[in-house]
Design a protein around this ligand. Structure first.
Ligand SMILES: C[S@@+](CC[C@H](N)C(=O)[O-])C[C@H]1O[C@@H](n2cnc3c(N)ncnc32)[C@H](O)[C@@H]1O
Length: 263
């Protein structure tokens, strides 16, 4: 995951020259403080991880997340999508799939008002997270058979928003990575269809080139509008984008349609 957290890859802390041989100055693109930070390849650090660290140190969203108390630069992707499409309202129930380290849950919690006792945000991830006030979290594999039932119990009622930023660890093999991420998105859609209230919203990370036509057709059948969105905070050189489906038509109608089709 390229941008899971301002805390970053393998739990390393990005920020400050202490991150290891980082040096401000020189030419090139400027960092958040106006100077590009260069990182020397040192000791056991590979070229890839040196590049990753340099990118983190020079990323304005990483600096902003640190300043504003968000656990991930990914938080700004959700903020930007919400600014444009108005996903959240106070008092809503929200599911966050692939929540670690917690940036999206922080955003949703703030928007629905969990700290003021309104709404509910539930999240799961393969990884554990530091608790977020008001957010119900469990360390759980979404692909495990017990996950849907656990999530339903955690929610305590129909969801208004199901969002998934899940991404499996990249293998470097393009086709495999594509299949893995699309598999996660498809499972998330199946789950959303079970738990969303009518009018509900589904948002999931997919890859450019991209959302299989069968998956889009499914979404179009179940939701009033379906679109792809690429927020500014999503790196331009990343194939990542999001599918946003709004206006869930409701389960009863869907089930009725299914039984029509199998007749
Ligand atoms: C890009 S990160 C999510 C960042 C998060 N939205 C934030 O703002 O902090 C993707 C997450 O998906 C999780 N993930 C991948 N596969 C998963 C699965 N099968 N079940 C649960 N979480 C999964 C990873 O562990 C990882 O933490």
């Amino acid at each position: 995951m390229s941008d899971a957290g301002s805390g970053g890859k393998s739990g390393r802390k990005a920020g400050g020259a202490k991150a290891g041989g980082a040096k401000a100055g020189g030419g090139g693109r400027e960092g958040p403080h106006g100077l590009k930070v260069r990182v020397k390849t040192a000791g056991k650090r590979s070229v890839a991880s040196t590049r990753w660290l340099e990118r983190q140190l020079n990323d304005p969203y990483v600096a902003r997340a640190k300043r504003e108390g968000y656990r991930s630069r990914a938080a700004y992707k959700l903020i930007e999508i919400d600014d444009k499409y108005k996903l959240f309202k106070p008092g809503q129930r929200v599911v966050d799939l692939g929540a670690a380290p917690g940036g999206w849950s922080q955003v949703a919690a703030r928007k629905v008002g969990v700290e003021a006792g309104r709404g509910r945000v539930v999240g799961i991830d393969l990884l554990d997270i530091e608790p977020i006030p008001g957010v119900v979290f469990e360390q759980l594999d979404f692909l495990s058979p017990e996950a849907p039932e656990r999530l339903v119990a955690m929610l305590g009622g129909p969801a208004d928003v199901v969002m998934s930023d899940m991404a499996a660890n990249a293998t470097g093999h393009k086709k495999t990575d594509h299949l893995k991420i699309m598999g996660l998105a498809e499972t998330a859609i199946d789950f959303a269809r079970q738990v969303l209230a009518p009018g509900g919203i589904f948002l999931a990370k997919v890859l450019q080139g991209g959302t299989e036509s069968s998956l889009l057709a499914d979404l179009k059948r179940d939701f009033a509008t379906v679109r792809h969105v690429k927020p500014a905070a999503s790196r331009a050189d990343s194939a990542e984008l999001y599918v946003l489906a709004t206006g869930f038509r409701g389960r009863a109608k869907d089930d009725a349609q299914d039984s029509e089709e199998t007749r």
